[in-house]
Design a protein around this ligand. Structure first.
Ligand code: GLC
Length: 494
């Protein structure tokens, strides 16, 4: 980037369904906190708008009214039928601004972010209210960055209903895909072609039954000035039927506007030399200190306490996307034939929960699980586990592999999406690579990678070198934030 272009300060508004620390379900929430923060460090005015859920702690995050009486029409025939909401504002200690959409019925009464029967209506409300807010606000964004299907209606509205609006028509939109699979309240796989949303029709009024069939993902892709996805490899993958989730056609049409920018991680929080959660803190020069973190995690999960036992870890959603079935299909023969331990943390599909709960009983002292979400356990696991498993079927970016590497836990990954972009194959003969990588999505490929990891661990000298290489990899947000800013500048120029 040249110096001249960095001089202009941009106003950027992120709109998303979730953002840490207010309400976080997964990786999207994490990114919605870290990315704006990194962009602010580059002296741009970056703000975020999200719904105010019942679960948000308003004592901790006090809010004041910014704009009241935000109106969204409910029925076309009846312009009096209006849904009224407010925009409230929280200013953090670092002066960063987050706006919240306050609506009792659709958000404030709901504790969860996702999973309601009227989700599409809720997200359409968020999108429409964002637009009404911008129209009335004295602070105007140059660019809106909308994330995932929930906010794909924003580029759509700006380019159609509001295209002649003097306050809006100069605003550019970037649509960011964190996970192409989620496209609406229906499952895209089961929608017939006739029923599928072409993305071209006028967005229906709020109480219309057709709302349920809207595909926010397709609309975001069709109308945004630029489309970003969270890794360069995922960009290539989603242009194919295997990963395209029925949208490879529109994505190909808009290929010239499609970019891949790898996420970063919060290197301040994920830092083994300062992390207060660890039994013993360590830097890349003190990796032998990982041992006491291993015994700490063994004790916590009820495993035999032995710093030399090889420990595998899994941290994340228990979801088909994450490749859990590969672990399920191979773990018993592996445990029966090789001497290692396994800890697993996360919540998700019931079948997986049941399977792993039973596994603990079948392999006492060798397998331990925590089947709930935790904010703190992942870092302790990364500090103690020798290998972290991420055998995903697909992975737009994935944060766990980068977080694990930072703590010297070696990632074992399938070569897909962001995993392919952030983990390179271990090659002891030329001192390169940071993890174990397998290509085909099947239990044989996974099993072979597991055996390779197990065997490699026995060579302590080489393994220590591997840990050091992984820990030295840099995944800070800085360079990704620069790329986002550059993209914002480019869409503005057009
Ligand atoms: C989604 C994707 C994950 C990505 C995250 C943040 O959760 O599944 O791969 O890391 O979004 O972009």
């Amino acid at each position: 980037m040249n110096n001249r272009s960095t001089k202009k300060t941009l106003n950027i508004l992120f709109v998303a369904a979730e953002a840490a620390p207010f309400a976080k379900v997964g990786g999207l929430g994490e990114v919605m906190n870290a990315l704006p923060t990194a962009m602010r460090k580059m002296h741009h005015d970056v703000r975020l708008l999200m719904p105010k859920y019942a679960s948000i702690d308003i004592q901790k995050y006090p809010m004041e009214l910014e704009i009241g009486n935000i109106r969204v029409a409910t029925e076309q025939e009846d312009p009096q039928g209006l849904l009224v909401s407010n925009i409230v504002k929280h200013t953090a200690r670092d002066k960063s601004v987050t706006y919240f959409l306050e609506n009792m019925e659709y958000f404030e009464k709901r504790a969860n972010v996702y999973g309601y029967i009227d989700d599409t209506a809720r997200w359409l409300l968020l999108s429409r209210a964002s637009i009404e807010f911008i129209k009335r606000s004295s602070w105007k964004p140059d660019v809106i960055i909308a994330s995932d299907w929930e906010t794909g209606f924003i580029p759509n509205l700006i380019k159609t209903e509001h295209k002649d609006d003097i306050e809006l028509r100069h605003i550019k939109t970037i649509f960011c895909i964190h996970n192409l699979r989620n496209q609406g309240t229906f499952d895209a796989t089961f929608v017939t072609e006739i029923e599928a949303d072409s993305g071209q029709s006028i967005l229906p009024p709020f109480f219309s039954p057709t709302i349920k069939k809207l595909n926010g993902m397709r609309r975001g892709i069709l109308f945004a000035d630029a489309i970003v996805t969270v890794s360069p490899t995922y960009v290539k993958e989603i242009l194919s039927p295997q990963y395209g989730e029925h949208l490879e056609g529109v994505l190909k049409e808009r290929r010239d506007h499609l970019f891949g920018i790898l996420n970063g991680i919060n290197t301040k929080l994920f830092n083994p030399s300062t992390d207060p959660l660890l039994k013993t803190r360590y830097s890349v020069r003190e990796i032998s200190q990982r041992k006491s973190n291993k015994t700490a995690i063994q004790s916590r999960f009820g495993l035999e306490e032995n710093p030399d036992a090889m420990l595998f870890g899994y941290v994340g959603r228990l979801d088909e996307q994450k490749g859990l079935s590969l672990i399920q299909e191979t773990i018993k023969p592996l445990l029966n034939n090789l001497n290692f331990q396994l800890v697993l943390m996360g919540t998700g599909e019931r079948v997986f929960k049941k399977f792993f709960k039973e596994l603990v009983g079948q392999y006492p002292g060798r397998v331990g699980v925590h089947l709930e979400y935790s904010d703190t356990l992942p870092r302790m696991i990364f500090a103690g586990a020798d290998v972290t498993l991420i055998p995903s079927r697909f992975e737009p970016c994935g944060l766990v592999q980068m977080e694990a590497m930072r703590y010297g836990s070696i990632p074992l990954v399938r070569k897909t999406g962001g995993l392919a972009d952030s983990v390179s194959e271990y090659q002891p003969d030329n001192d390169s690579g940071t993890g174990f990588v397998f290509e085909e999505y099947n239990q044989y490929a996974f099993l072979i990678a597991m055996v390779r990891a197990y065997e490699s661990y026995r060579n302590k000298r080489e393994w220590d070198k591997l840990i050091k290489r992984a820990m030295k990899k840099s995944f800070s947000w800085e360079s990704s934030a620069e790329k986002y800013i550059e993209l914002c500048m480019n869409v503005i120029k057009k």
